[in-house]
Design a protein around this ligand. Structure first.
Ligand code: PEP
Length: 253
């Protein structure tokens, strides 16, 4: 039995206007039990954060997060959003290094590291994403790729700061493809990541850190994935845009 409370996070990607986002989170709240077993988090696009924060004003069951952040408090960084601004709008979490940022926008481990550390400095909890491509998996490089992303993305983070960090293992070939990792494939990588965490930050931090699985998590495969010993929750993309389906995933922990 693990003492880690599962986290189910919904990444809404670049979907939903303000009104649609408020309606979606309201519909989700209507479907959650009074005391969900999992911590529940939604990650709307920047433009909908304030509307969702408002919809969640008297709601303690759902936390708010953003999909990306810069590391500075403010400055001449056109197009970027500061972690302090995210706190100001009501966020407690932020993604760092989602595979779509890495694949489509060229984000490196060094950049992901800056974002994660900037989030920590501001008092936000980063969810640091790692995962191999299909080519890397087919070449038998999954564990080494993930280990290297982990070390690079968390360089300079202290064992104490790890109390505020969540990891998400998201195989690139499983994101938005409808092809999820099998529970055994997910568990193999999660167990390895926990071992790597032990080497980097010590056994206590490794045991306490939540490692989410992401990649085509759906209502019908969530329970099997979440049932694995080292899978401490899920980062859900497409299926989080449906309130009923996402609530079912939240109930699958
Ligand atoms: C994601 O966006 O992090 C994700 C895992 O997407 P999907 O669930 O759609 O594969």
């Amino acid at each position: 039995m693990s003492a880690r409370r599962p986290l189910i996070a919904g990444n809404w990607k670049m979907y939903r206007t303000q009104a649609e986002a408020a309606a979606l989170v309201t519909a989700l709240c209507q479907r959650l039990p009074a005391q969900p077993a999992a911590e529940v988090l939604v990650l709307p696009p920047f433009t909908a954060l304030a509307a969702v924060a408002q919809a969640l004003a008297s709601e303690s069951r759902v936390a708010l997060g953003a999909q990306n952040c810069h590391w500075a408090k403010e400055g001449a960084y056109t197009g970027e959003v500061s972690p302090w601004m995210l706190l100001d709008v009501g966020c407690t979490y932020v993604l760092a290094g989602h595979s779509e940022r890495r694949q489509l926008f060229g984000e490196t481990d060094a950049l992901v590291n800056k974002r994660a550390r900037g989030a920590l400095a501001a008092g936000l909890k980063p969810i640091v994403c790692i995962g191999e491509t299909l080519q890397e998996r087919d070449a038998g490089r999954t564990l080494s790729v993930v280990a290297s992303q982990l070390a690079g993305s968390l360089a300079g983070v202290s064992a104490e700061e790890m109390a505020h960090v969540t990891l998400a293992y998201e195989p690139v070939w499983a994101i938005g493809t409808g092809r999820n990792a099998t529970p055994a494939q997910a568990q193999e990588v999660h167990a390895q990541v926990r071992e790597d965490l032990g080497r980097l930050f010590g056994a206590a931090a490794a045991l306490a850190t939540r490692i989410l699985y992401g990649g085509s998590v759906k209502p019908d495969n969530a329970a099997a994935l979440l049932g694995q010993m080292d899978v401490d929750g899920a980062l859900v993309g497409g299926a989080s845009l449906d309130a009923a389906g996402f609530a079912t995933i939240c109930a699958a922990v």
